[in-house]
Design a protein around this ligand. Sequence first.
Ligand code: ZN
Length: 322
Amino acid sequence: MNSFTPPSEGALPHSAVVREVGLRDGLQSIATVLATEHKREWIRAAHAAGQREIEVGSFVPARLLPQLADTAELVAFAKTLPGLLVSVLVPNLRGAEAAIAAEADLMIVPLSASHAHSLANLRKTPDEVVAEVARIRAARDAAGSHTLIEGGVGTAFGCTLQGAVDADEVLRLMQALLDAGADRVSLADTVGYADPAMVRSLFERATRIAGERFWCGHFHDTRGLGLANVYAALEVGVTRFDACLGGIGGCPHAPGASGNVSTEDLAYMLGSMGIATGLDIDALLALRQRVAGWLAGETLHGTLWRAGLPKTFPAPRERVAA
Ligand code: ZN
């Protein structure tokens, strides 16, 4: 039925995509409001460093997230960069209509598998979010729009409010999103509860269900297992991962949480293992330094920046031609 081919035992994918989500997941959970000018520079430099998928913001009311009030402007700018897939987050139909009007390439609709997190964060039950995705799909099709719909199932490994989240419920909701018209689905460890064994088990089941429509793994490094979790997902054939430059971000409902897996550390791990990403890691490290300057006073994470690349790193042949 689907053409997704899991790798043979022990084999890793030849290439993988690192999707930058720092401008959304990162910036939404820190106090500093980054100037639009700096966000534009970030997007331009990330693209120059080889990033080809960037989530530039979120279509939520500016009174809720003033940090992301310039999303439409950023979509318009990002769409001028060649070969860039421009993503935004949309919490509801109204946000989706804005994403369609802005001609974003992809809109991510978050769903929390934890009912408690869903009510706290989205003020809807998970099944009400599924119904909203059906309305978004109808609106997208009626508009003749090509904006892809990604259903992102969050708190897939547990939740700070509810505790355990049942894997069967996660997969039921993922299937419901596909049935409601999502073009893609993803799984997110929103609060950093996953370990590699959990990831391997859940992602294996998820990719079997969704096939080619399984799109992305989203891991937070809250407890230091972010990259290990990426590795477990690679082992079952997942080839796209969300990451934040400098590991910025966290979750308003997960006090003390560090951010996503850091873009530069992930690019290094993949490159070191010979998995092609098209990323120039020196350029990412230089950009990290600029972002750190713009976000003075905020805590950044990640490790590679401290010591830099090892002499043995096979950098030049992995790089995208300028
Ligand atoms: Zn996240």
